[in-house]
Design a protein around this ligand. Structure first.
Ligand SMILES: O=C[C@H](O)[C@H](O)[C@H](O)COP(=O)(O)O
Length: 218
């Protein structure tokens, strides 16, 4: 099975969790497969909240109504991919730059369903550079503070987030305590959010493997 076939398999499996109401939808190639699969059952949901402009556009192309998060209450589920995930369901996200809106929609959802192919499962987070969204004028200051935390930040060249901010990708981290690091980075003035989803990790992981979709629960 190819990596794309594994992504499609977990995307289809996640649709079973979208039974009714409004669905929170993530960003990225795996989330895109979820949107395509969700479109086939769109009659049973009331719409979706998108975690990025790209996701909103894809949902609309499929005829799925996109709702403003401020006009809806708590969502039943949020479905999204990850760049890395552990068996404890802590994640690095934000490879596609959508981390802040993803974190907001996830925070408003009862259940976070992570969909990923098996290449994303790791023992320790940090091989994938950790994305940190920063207010542009704070870029250099935040970078110096991230060096103090043991990382090597690199500006994502030519990239602006949907919120008009910059991304520093932090290399060289071996994240043995993701909850503490997530908190420490959030405390740096000028940081909007960081790609560690550990304080609020996933509740369910649907992992695409050669032998089928495996389910992990918190
Ligand atoms: O900002 C992007 C998101 O956090 C994605 O969920 C993450 O990068 C995984 O994307 P993909 O499914 O394309 O590997």
């Amino acid at each position: 099975m190819t990596q794309d076939e594994m992504k499609q398999a977990v995307a289809r499996a996640a649709v079973d969790y979208a039974r009714s109401g409004i669905v929170g939808v993530g960003t990225g190639s795996t989330a895109n497969y979820f949107i395509d699969a969700l479109a086939e059952v769109k009659g049973r949901i009331d719409g979706a909240v998108a975690s990025s402009e790209a996701t909103a556009a894809r949902l609309k192309r499929h005829g799925i109504q996109v709702l403003d998060l401020n006009s809806v209450g708590e969502l039943e589920i949020y479905v999204d991919g990850a760049d890395e995930i552990t068996e404890h369901l802590a994640m690095i996200k934000g490879g596609g730059g959508a981390l802040t809106r993803e974190k907001i929609v996830a925070a408003c959802s009862k259940q976070f369903i992570c969909i990923a192919d098996e290449s994303k499962l790791v023992g320790v987070l940090g091989t994938f550079p950790l994305p940190v969204e920063v207010i542009p004028m704070a870029r250099s200051y935040v970078a110096r503070e991230l060096v103090k935390l043991g990382g090597q930040p690199r500006l994502r060249e030519g990239y602006t987030t949907d919120n008009g901010n910059l991304i520093l990708d932090v290399h060289g981290l071996s994240i043995v305590d993701p909850v503490s690091l997530e908190t420490a980075i959030n405390l740096i003035v000028g940081v909007v959010s960081n790609g560690l989803f550990a304080r609020r990790g996933a509740d369910v992981l649907l992992l695409g493997t050669e032998s089928g979709v495996k389910t992990y629960k918190r």
